[in-house]
Design a binder for this molecule. Structure first.
Ligand SMILES: Cc1cc2nc3c(=O)[nH]c(=O)nc-3n(C[C@H](O)[C@H](O)[C@H](O)COP(=O)(O)O)c2cc1C
Length: 143
């Protein structure tokens, strides 16, 4: 975590640890890219498209937000490869998926993705994929 220094008017230095966050996404059809860019814009972080950079260096980041579409019950192959090879130990990793399944089937799909990768996962679907949406904003507020 990189410390930020603030000085009060009376000259007292305050040290605040800023969480360095990056949004990393894999998108085939564009929805996940749009959501990733929206979230990155909201929190003022960088975002990386795994299509352009399949193995980004995340060593300088404390919090990693992973975004991926769901295809035939699975997250993107590029995202799977990234998770397998990246050193994410000690980092706060969150995941969002863009998908079409909702209701019970959607919950089950989300549970399976969570079980497989272990990160807290939320899903955005239908109109919620179009930012700004309350759901996406709630996710941002939870960070
Ligand atoms: C080939 C294909 C398979 C899909 N399979 C699923 C699925 O198993 N579950 C689901 O919820 N959505 C599924 N979807 C819907 C996508 O997850 C959804 O369109 C998502 O927004 C795609 O993200 P993207 O636009 O970033 O690629 C599928 C879409 C495609 C094209």
């Amino acid at each position: 975590m990189s410390p930020l220094m603030f000085y009060t008017r009376s000259g007292i230095a305050l040290r605040v640890n800023a969480v360095k966050t990056i949004v990393i996404f894999a998108s085939k059809l564009g929805s996940t890219r749009r959501v990733a860019e929206y979230i990155a814009g909201k929190i003022g972080s960088e975002f990386i498209d795994l299509k352009k950079n399949p193995a980004p260096d995340v060593s300088g980041f404390d919090r990693i937000i992973l975004g991926t579409g769901v295809y035939v019950g699975s997250i993107s192959k590029r995202m799977i490869a990234f998770i397998k090879n990246a050193d994410l130990s000690g980092k706060d990793v969150r995941m969002f998926v863009c998908c079409m399944l909702k209701g019970e089937n959607g919950d089950e799909q989300l549970r399976q993705i969570n079980d497989k990768y272990g990160f807290p996962v939320v899903s955005f679907y239908g109109k919620n994929k179009e930012p700004p949406s309350v759901t996406i904003d709630e996710f941002v507020a939870s960070l």
